[in-house]
Design a protein around this ligand. Structure first.
Ligand code: ZN
Length: 470
């Protein structure tokens, strides 16, 4: 591998000393705030990101428009019959793709919502309201049970509505999350285009625990009413992108991406102002690098993409892949950054095994105490997934999964995902490490780049494989 020592000095200098990183975070989180798809906040963020990429000297900077459906919460109310003596407000937040509805019924608590817990209460669920938690890895089980899984089960058993208590935070905080993620049809995945069947809202841990106590006090006879108003609207949304062109094979690309949209109830600092500001930091560092060392610095092109509509189910990245399908075979690697500063950087997560030793050597040669790690399953939860589905090699940053998560990370998808939750000291390390890696990957000669694109059938087969847990 070529000697990049002088290059690393320039990158590290910008990563650690540029004032842009913090300023950009303040702009996105405090000045702009919520960046929910199809709102003025998203538009402002789009313009801001475009301006920044231009300012850093990237080429072909643009905001690529796509038409999509966004979902908006208008009202959410939970009432109890007879009324509970609750001190303060009974807060609730609808989950994404919950329809407008008014339902009432007996509250049936199904614990963490494992299939067996649903089976035990099967007879009681029809026409009533399921109460469960948002825990994805319930005790006594080795397989992930998502909110989408729990919701499907509730619908299948004829529930009238569902209430999810927020097990992750104390402090009277509700959360939100999509109850539908992607639509799978004929071997491929599409964005969600309609609301789900029954209303679904979150309540705080404190209210959920109170409901559990009331259920036992009243021998199972707690009644609740859920009333929601939400809407689904056609909107224009924008992926913002720009290139730093490579000299030798400009058509071959490494994509560095992060979503800039965020949940409607917060400034979405960790999820994902952190990722998109690191993306800007890498763009600034590598653009300056090219300015300093000239045209020959990069052999292949680096494309930076800030995706929108991720929180609605990867709508921005699905639109990008659809539009740029012909170019995908020339994408060497996609590096997706989501929820950084959720834990310190521990290494890389890869989905194709041949890349594991390649990145471990790269890390070792840079003298960094990081690990290159093979994922046990295809991760469908981030903007890398539409690329994986098309066989493109991807890399994710290993921060907290499955240990070492910062407690501040627990606030994602709640109103408390604010700038103060970001571990600022970690961000320069993310910028420097990813930028140094990207520099090496774009300059690796073809014969030494080990990854090959996969046919879609192979990926679909891997997706069907049951998850092997740690
Ligand atoms: Zn995210």
């Amino acid at each position: 591998m070529a000697d990049f020592h002088d290059h690393d000095k320039v990158i590290t200098d910008i990563a650690y000393l540029s004032r842009e990183l913090y300023r950009n975070l303040v702009t996105l989180c405090d000045d702009i705030g919520s960046r929910w798809t199809g709102t003025p906040g998203e538009e402002k963020a789009c313009r801001f990101l475009k301006r920044k990429l231009e300012e850093y000297g990237l080429e072909d900077v643009c905001a690529e428009r796509f038409e999509t459906l966004s979902w908006y919460p208008e009202k959410s109310k939970v009432e109890f019959k007879p009324e509970l003596n609750v001190v303060g407000e009974v807060k609730s937040v609808p989950l994404i793709y919950s329809p407008s509805a008014e339902v009432e019924g007996k509250v049936v608590y199904v614990g963490h919502g494992r299939p067996r817990e649903f089976e035990l209460k099967k007879e009681e669920i029809r026409g009533n309201i399921v109460l469960t938690t948002n825990k994805a890895f319930p005790p006594f089980t080795s397989v992930r049970v998502t909110i989408e899984d729990k919701y499907r089960k509730a619908v299948e058993l004829g529930a009238a509505g569902m209430i999810v208590m927020n097990e992750r935070n104390m402090g009277n905080l509700c959360f939100t999350s999509p109850i539908r993620w992607l639509r799978k049809e004929e071997g491929t995945y599409y964005p969600i285009e309609e609301n789900a069947e029954i209303p679904c809202v979150s309540v705080s841990k404190e209210l959920g625990e109170r409901m559990k106590r009331e259920i036992s006090k009243r021998s199972g006879e707690l009644k609740a009413a859920i009333s929601t108003k939400t809407s689904l609207k056609k909107v224009s949304s924008y992926n913002v992108m720009g290139d730093i062109k490579g000299e030798e094979h400009p058509e071959e690309k490494v994509i560095i991406c992060a979503h800039y949209d965020g949940m409607f109830l917060s400034p979405a600092a960790i999820d994902n102002a952190s990722g998109v500001c690191v993306l800007l930091g890498i763009a600034e560092a590598l653009s300056r690098l090219k300015e300093t060392f000239g045209e020959k610095t990069l052999k292949r092109t680096l494309r930076f993409i800030a995706f929108s509509a991720e929180e609605l189910g990867l709508k921005g990245s699905l639109a990008y892949v659809e539009k740029h399908r012909d170019e995908l075979r020339n994408v060497r690697l996609v590096i997706n950054m989501d929820e950084l500063a959720a834990g310190r950087l521990k290494g890389f997560r890869l989905q194709f095994p041949e890349l594991v030793p390649f990145f471990q050597k790269l890390i070792d040669d840079m003298g960094l105490p990081l690990t290159s790690h093979l994922e046990p399953f295809i991760d469908t939860s981030g903007d890398q997934f539409p690329f994986t589905l098309n066989g493109v090699p991807i890399m994710l940053l290993w921060r907290w999964r499955y240990m070492g998560e910062y407690p501040t990370h627990q606030y994602t998808h709640t109103e408390a995902d604010t700038l103060d939750k970001i571990e600022l000291k970690d961000l320069p390390e993310y910028v420097a490490t990813v930028a140094r890696c990207a520099l090496r990957v774009v300059n690796t000669p073809r014969e030494r780049w080990p990854a090959t694109h996969r046919p879609r059938e192979e990926i679909l087969k891997l997706l069907e494989k049951p998850v092997t847990p740690y």
